[in-house]
Write a protein that binds this ligand. Structure first.
Ligand SMILES: CCCCCCCCCCCCCCCC(=O)OC[C@@H](O)COP(=O)(O)O
Length: 249
């Protein structure tokens, strides 16, 4: 099956980046292998992270198949697009099927993108990781590349109005060295190391970020440990336990 859907989506995304004059900083994108299977494991702070994580693989000319919640595949507009790009639906109530689909894709030499925190981290720090990313890398015997995204939360995140027309926003995409699954005795050990590396990359992205909150009203996108008003990890966990009023607000 030729790729009919993904290239025009990428072209549209790149046009949008230009129109919004996003100030992209990409570092480490050579860590995405040009051929063969690989897992990209990214932190998650924005509904748009898929696009920017995917952009991290663009220089290596790879199309990333993302694992995304199955609601997006059920929608009449996004559903056909998601299937056309060969993304992988995740049913959070029954994860085994999507896990197996991802391992098959990796064995065929595809790049699979996952957000091992499972949902957007409202604290904007790396929260508890699920072990699926490491498990699939170990089963398929493919490298796992940590990806840190920063600044994307300023365009659209959980519990904030979207500001998708915001211009000149700095966006940072940092990719770390590939982790070889054979170097870890089991998936839990590899997941712990992934968390260490992802946290270090996110810290670096935050420290090197070329912008500061404009004032107290603008410090919502900064994590608490850097003086921002984002909820702490504990406060965020409490918010996540509350019943949700709507999906994307
Ligand atoms: C320029 C290169 C561009 C590469 C293009 C990649 C395009 C990928 C499009 C995939 C779109 C997937 C949309 C899913 C959106 C979504 O809803 O994600 C949020 C969830 O995860 C977490 O949400 P939550 O449970 O509320 O924390």
């Amino acid at each position: 099956m030729p790729e009919l859907v993904y290239p025009p989506v990428i072209a549209t995304a790149k046009t949008l980046f230009r129109v919004l004059d996003l100030r992209l900083t990409v570092d480490g994108d050579h860590h995405v292998p040009r051929t063969g299977g690989a897992v990209l494991a990214s932190n998650h702070v924005s509904y748009l992270d898929f696009i920017f994580c995917g952009y991290g693989a663009h220089a290596s000319r790879r199309l990333v198949r993302f694992m995304a919640k199955h609601d997006v595949f059920a929608h009449k507009v996004s559903g056909p697009l998601m299937r056309g790009m060969k993304h992988i639906p995740v049913n959070r109530a029954a994860g085994v099927g999507s896990y197996n689909t991802a391992v098959d894709a990796l064995r065929r030499g595809e790049v699979v993108g996952v957000f091992p925190e499972a949902t957007i981290s409202r604290s904007f720090t790396v929260k508890e990781l699920k072990s699926g990313a490491a498990r699939m890398a170990q089963s398929a015997e493919v490298p796992l590349v940590p990806v840190a995204l920063w600044g994307t939360q300023r365009l659209w995140t959980k519990g904030r109005p979207k500001t998708l027309t915001r211009r000149h926003t700095p966006i940072t995409i940092l990719l770390g060295e590939p982790m070889d699954p054979a170097a870890y005795p089991d998936a839990n050990t590899m997941t712990a190391e992934l968390k260490t590396r992802l946290t270090a990359l996110v810290d670096r992205a935050q420290q090197e970020y070329p912008d500061k909150p404009a004032g107290p009203d603008d410090s919502w996108w900064q994590p608490a440990h850097l003086g921002g008003t984002a909820p702490t990890l504990q406060e965020a966990a409490e918010l996540d336990r509350r019943p949700r009023r709507s999906t994307a607000s």
